[in-house]
Design a protein around this ligand. Sequence first.
Ligand SMILES: Cc1cc2nc3c(=O)[nH]c(=O)nc-3n(C[C@H](O)[C@H](O)[C@H](O)COP(=O)(O)O)c2cc1C
Length: 195
Amino acid sequence: MQTTAIYGSPRKNGNTDHMMDAFLEGAAHAGAEIHRIYVRDLHIAGCLGCGHCDQKGFCMQQDDMTPIYPLLEDSPRIVVASPIYFYGITGQLKLLVDRSQALYMKNQASSSIEPNAGTWKDRRGFLLSAGATRGQKLFDCAILCMRYFFDGLGMVYAGELCFRQLEEKAAVLAHPSALEECREMGRRFAARPDQ
Ligand SMILES: Cc1cc2nc3c(=O)[nH]c(=O)nc-3n(C[C@H](O)[C@H](O)[C@H](O)COP(=O)(O)O)c2cc1C
């Protein structure tokens, strides 16, 4: 199944990169065709709130977000990885999320003509995250943000795998089970329902 993977950390080879790589190993094992996006390599401007997409259904800004729109519209599976930054997702990833508003507006416009036109029920999104501390609510904001990101894309939020107490760059490599859990979840996430 075509799977778009969005790496949200500015830190190369950090914890969420390793988690995503393991998740995608599992997904590839299930036959996924994978498209990787590294937000740290992109120049995505912030949403201007200009209302252009409310009227036209697409964003007036042309930048590295432009080729990402078709992937967000068409991929049956999207997985996003982000470390926790100040109890939320990274700023670089948030720029991409905010710019997806154009697709939400496009879906709204088409579903006012044809109800549920923007929703394909078997399109699913998943979140991988890591944070340094132990707080009970550590992942709440990131989960809520991703839930509504996927909702705006007409996708079902399929869940998350989040790990606390990972601070140093590749701390996850010493975790007893995290990468295996990611691998197994990736396999299940990308498997066709009949597999
Ligand atoms: C700017 C910044 C803000 C952070 N904010 C938090 C935070 O609010 N809570 C937390 O537990 N960890 C926080 N961290 C730690 C990272 O979430 C943690 O180191 C994570 O494992 C980094 O993942 P990465 O290696 O994939 O970049 C922060 C780190 C940075 C650089």
